[in-house]
Design a protein around this ligand. Structure first.
Ligand SMILES: NC(=O)c1ccc[n+]([C@@H]2O[C@H](COP(=O)([O-])OP(=O)(O)OC[C@H]3O[C@@H](n4cnc5c(N)ncnc54)[C@H](OP(=O)(O)O)[C@@H]3O)[C@@H](O)[C@H]2O)c1
Length: 374
């Protein structure tokens, strides 16, 4: 590969999430991290304001490209080893950039939570990315990483402690703080609008194997109903990110050659506690989820959200900092010594039946992650 000017370009540095990412990268770089990086976006003045806010000076280059300008994006992709894009909704703005990266052999990372677009990009770009060597990684945001990597770590622990991967993993979020950013809300609306235009796409949204073309696993546990989770010891209902994360978890298994088995099952839910209050909370969640789907399926609701709520969420972009959100997790799993701390979200795990040593055991694993608001 020809030498490239940068290790990493942050595209969309002027957005809500982009500025948070820029702060973290700048702090890491200032602490001695070795990284040749640049900020990129469509608006020079906004990018300069981000750089000023970081007090980064001219040593941090600014690069300009519009997300619709394929030629400019091809030039950008050729200059760097990797691009991290926070320019969403990706189904509206993402295709030219990820296409440029796939063809240029440039690694690409985003925060996408839009499975319809991801499924289409995988179909279109798998072959060129494989031939150029570009690694394309969707969904590297707070919404997905704790779950995707949580399962990876859990399965590592299971192999070490039980001698075999777990056949089924349940992830249950116990507590979560923070709200939608403007870009996240716009992405959800864009997805619902795509389904309204082509109702057949609803099948892709509902399909846990939508991101593993050529592979279908077994039927998956029902994540939509209110239910008592015996292992975790709490009631739970549907979790908003589950339709995205289940697909990512199955894709991670498939891309690794199914180390957790071709019969692997995964479910992700929101815990609501024990007792009558927990049960009422779980039933309310299940009802709210059904209503949210019905309401977002009709154009007037989406128009109202677009008209009244999106501008308010988008204004959050100018807030100095989102209040920190916390998702904590606890899980009956295979690691008696916890990697970290507080009991609040949970994953429960069923060892693979018919697999060796300790397979009737459920052990416990706790972890927590902190993040800024979505
Ligand atoms: N998975 C997660 O955990 C997670 C968390 C947060 C966000 N997200 C996703 O990240 C994405 C961004 O969210 P956000 O709230 O940060 O959005 P945002 O504040 O609206 O920022 C969007 C960014 O895209 C840029 N942009 C828009 N149109 C462009 C174009 N034509 N050319 C170049 N740049 C363009 C904007 O530039 P200007 O400043 O010039 O307008 C801005 O920098 C969304 O898709 C959201 O769903 C995911």
């Amino acid at each position: 590969m020809r030498a490239r000017d940068f290790d990493l370009v942050l595209f969309g540095a002027s957005g809500f999430t982009g500025r948070l990412v820029a702060e973290v990268l700048h702090a890491w770089r200032s602490g001695g991290g070795a990284l040749r990086w640049a900020l990129a976006g469509r608006d020079p003045a906004r990018l300069a304001a981000v750089r000023d806010a970081l007090s980064a000076g001219e040593a941090l280059p600014l690069l300009w490209a519009d997300a619709r300008d394929a030629a400019a994006l091809a030039r950008l992709a050729a200059r760097t080893r990797a691009i991290l894009s926070t320019v969403g909704p990706y189904q509206l703005h993402g295709e030219p950039l990820v296409t440029a990266c796939a063809h240029a052999g440039t690694d690409y990372v985003d925060l996408c939570g839009e499975p319809l677009w991801m499924a289409r990009m995988i179909r279109q770009l798998q072959a060129p990315a494989q031939s150029s060597g570009a690694r394309i990684v969707f969904s590297c945001g707070f919404d997905s990483i704790p779950f995707d990597l949580g399962v990876v770590f859990l399965q590592h622990a299971a192999r070490e402690r039980l001698g075999a991967p777990l056949a089924e993993v349940h992830a249950t979020v116990r507590a979560m703080k923070g709200g939608f950013s403007g870009g996240t809300a716009a992405s959800l609306l864009a997805t619902m609008e795509a389904v309204a235009r082509d109702p057949a796409l609803a099948r892709t949204l509902d399909d846990p194997f939508a991101l593993t073309p050529g592979f279908r696993g077994p039927p998956q546990p029902d994540g939509d109903a209110a239910a008592w989770d015996e292992l975790v010891g709490c009631w739970s209902g549907p979790f908003v990110m589950a339709p995205i994360n289940t697909k990512n978890v199955h894709r991670s298994n498939a891309l690794r050659g199914h180390p957790w088995g071709r019969d692997f099952r995964y479910v992700e839910r929101m815990g609501t506690g024990a007792g009558a209050a927990g049960r009422a909370g779980a039933l309310a969640l299940a009802r709210a989820s059904r209503w949210q789907r019905r309401l977002l399926a009709v154009a007037p609701t989406r128009a109202l959200i677009r008209r009244w709520l999106l501008p308010r969420w988008a204004r959050g972009r100018t807030a100095p900092r989102a209040s920190p959100a916390a998702t904590r997790s606890r899980s009956p799993a295979a690691a008696p010594t916890a990697p970290c701390c507080a009991p609040a979200c949970a994953a429960s795990a069923t060892p693979a039946t018919g697999r060796p040593a300790g397979s009737s055991r459920t052990a416990r694993w706790r972890c927590c992650t902190r993040s800024t608001a979505r």
